[in-house]
Ligand binder design. Structure first.
Ligand SMILES: C[S@@+](CC[C@H](N)C(=O)[O-])C[C@H]1O[C@@H](n2cnc3c(N)ncnc32)[C@H](O)[C@@H]1O
Length: 313
């Protein structure tokens, strides 16, 4: 009988508010040099990571590390943002081009996809400053677009890339799911971004103090122009997925909330934000269900690989 081993690695312990799953063995450590003997070269069938945009430094080395841990024929799958804010020009009324789509490495490299014209020619000041401050810490705010070519450089083949539009403001043509996400990001822009920009400005020298304050002011202006702004970001994914996401014609994302903060005085703010987010997602999820075909497929896979329901928590 096949019983899969699922290891969940993170620098931080699992937050107390989150329930641990019996099917996962949690390992605390830096994925780059974790001392756990189970992190052996060529040993994983699948390595999956997502939303490391604000956590990971040196993506090239990280991807090489993941590739070396994966067995020949296995898969590496990553989902991450590129934090360039795009703006849809006023003369476009259709969101057709923004629906989830496949894109190639060369289209990304040559900026030749039709939606590339939506990239802001003059980005928001907060966006540029935030990106610059994080780059000083070797954190890449635009990693989402760079990961596919790093995959190729690390020797991966059969690279499949898909992009999802994440609305970064709210406008008329959005679906309910997109609107719900935009509602969350509006709160994020108002409450979390100023804190994040100040945090990014820590320990980078006094020379940047003025820039940080200007960026915080700019993010407030950005928040004020949220309604009708027609701004969005790309979430880029690579790899296959057994959940049957293809049946959706609308933008869709798999998301696990994660907030961290350093000072107890912010507890109420962040716990409140977390609840707004998870309650909203839960309400939305209750209205949706997997299609019959996907459920049958997942049950068949689960039955053959995991007859004792070890991984079904
Ligand atoms: C935004 S969270 C995403 C969490 C989770 N992947 C999810 O999708 O909900 C980023 C996580 O990456 C972890 N992280 C960043 N660099 C890491 C490293 N070198 N090794 C292990 N974990 C790391 C951070 O501790 C943080 O929990």
């Amino acid at each position: 009988m096949f019983s899969p081993t699922i290891l969940g690695a993170d620098l931080s312990p699992v937050p107390q508010v989150r329930q641990k799953l019996a099917s996962i063995q949690y390992v605390q450590g830096n994925i780059m040099n974790i001392s756990d003997a189970r992190f052996e070269q060529d040993s994983f069938d699948l390595i999956f990571s997502r939303l490391l945009v604000l956590g990971m430094s040196n993506w090239k080395v990280y991807i090489e590390r993941c590739v070396s841990l994966t067995r020949p024929g296995g898969w590496v799958e990553m989902h991450d943002f590129s934090n360039a804010v795009h703006h849809i020009p006023t003369h476009f009324s259709s969101l057709e081009r923004l629906r989830p789509h496949s894109i190639s490495i060369s289209e990304i490299a040559n900026s030749s996809h039709p939606t590339d014209s939506y990239q802001n020619p003059s980005p928001w000041l907060w966006e540029t400053t935030f990106g610059k401050l994080l780059a000083l810490k070797d954190v890449d705010l635009y990693c989402g677009t760079k990961i596919p070519s790093l995959f190729a450089e690390a020797g991966l083949i059969d690279i499949r890339i898909k992009r999802y539009m994440i609305p970064y403001s709210r406008w008329g043509e959005l679906t309910d799911a997109e609107r719900a996400f935009a509602d969350y990001l509006q709160t994020f822009a108002r409450d979390v971004m100023p804190v994040a920009i100040r945090k990014a400005g820590e320990n980078v020298g006094l020379a940047h103090a003025q820039e940080v304050e200007e960026a915080v002011k700019d993010v407030r202006r950005y928040y004020e122009s949220f309604e009708g702004g027609r701004n969005f970001l790309w979430l880029t994914t690579r790899g296959g997925n057994v959940l049957g996401m293809e049946r959706y014609g609308e933008s869709f994302m798999m998301y696990q909330s994660y907030l961290s903060w350093s000072e107890a005085k912010d507890d109420e703010l962040f716990i409140g934000l977390g609840k707004v987010l998870t309650n909203g997602i839960q309400e939305f999820a209750n209205e949706k269900a997997y299609g019959k075909e996907e459920v049958a497929f997942m049950e068949a896979v689960a039955e053959s690989y995991d007859p004792e329901a070890f991984t079904r928590g």
